[in-house]
Design a protein around this ligand. Structure first.
Ligand SMILES: CC(C)(COP(=O)(O)OP(=O)(O)OC[C@H]1O[C@@H](n2cnc3c(N)ncnc32)[C@H](O)[C@@H]1OP(=O)(O)O)[C@@H](O)C(=O)NCCC(=O)NCCS
Length: 234
């Protein structure tokens, strides 16, 4: 998977490889994950990432809660609810070519996202954010974790009707807590187009520091765009 790709690609659009559903999975706590990570050093045949990814295949994406939101592990059932919000060019200002063309395309994407283990050595978790009082879906969150390196990449989208109400900050904070406590990530990264002020101000408000600027990393309809990389050290 391309680490340099803007993470919105993963949360709203393309670049995701096929996956199988994993039912009847069991959630592992941090202690177990920690043991697995330490145990990697004794399993040389499969390599560190491969071994841990194998072990983590029985970890389920947990539901998360914030003061106002329920973060539900994403399923294909969320697609119809999300579609009217994602079928809006304002959600794609910096990534127009990644916009799903139809509800069917979104359903296919969310079906793949139901399983967080479709990529080798990675855990990809996706959540639908639901406002608890009115039960409206307000956006989506994503975390891609590389357990053997103890790093994660985050991605986020809050639908236009619900922006500037603090939902992204609240939901991202919950995801960061989960990555720290349950997946034991030590560094979290966020990447965004340099023109996406809402995105970089959001992560700055959560303590991320800008560590890199990449030039001409993403060709969008023939136009090069620059990208910031932000890091949070836990
Ligand atoms: C980026 C995004 C997720 C922010 O969601 P949000 O729920 O509106 O953000 P919040 O209300 O939690 O804002 C938290 C902080 O981020 C910053 N921020 C958010 N939107 C901003 C904007 N339009 N301009 C400048 N700063 C902004 C502010 O510092 C804000 O704190 P404040 O309201 O106290 O000033 C949302 O704009 C979005 O989904 N955009 C489209 C998809 C996208 O570009 N995703 C990021 C991919 S790289």
């Amino acid at each position: 998977m391309e680490l340099r790709a803007c993470f919105l690609r993963r949360i709203l659009g393309v670049g995701v490889v096929p996956q199988d559903r994993k039912r009847n999975a069991v959630r592992l706590g941090p202690t177990r994950v920690d043991k697995l990570r330490r145990g990697l050093h004794t399993h040389k045949t499969r390599g560190r990432g491969g071994m841990l990814a194998l072990a983590l295949k029985c970890v389920r994406v947990p539901a998360l809660k914030t003061a106002r939101l329920d973060l539900e592990p994403i399923t294909v059932g969320h697609a119809a609810e999300a579609w009217p919000h994602l079928d809006d060019p304002r959600m794609w200002t910096f990534f127009p070519k990644l916009r799903p063309k139809s509800l069917e395309e979104l359903r296919t994407l969310y079906t793949r996202w139901e399983n967080p283990y479709h990529a080798k050595s990675e855990v990809r978790e996706n959540w639908a954010c639901r406002e608890r009082e009115h039960r409206q879906m307000v956006g989506t969150m994503q975390a891609t974790t590389f357990p053997a390196r103890a790093i994660s990449y985050i991605a986020y989208g809050i639908f236009v009707a619900y922006q500037r109400q603090g939902y992204a900050r609240e939901a991202v904070a919950a995801v960061l807590h989960h990555l720290d406590k349950n997946l034991l990530s030590r560094r979290i990264y966020a990447e965004m187009d340099v023109r996406n002020e809402a995105s970089f101000r959001l992560v700055e408000s959560l303590g991320f520091k800008r560590v890199k600027e990449r030039h001409a990393v993403d060709r969008q309809q023939g136009v090069d765009s620059d990208e910031y990389v932000y890091e949070l050290v836990l």
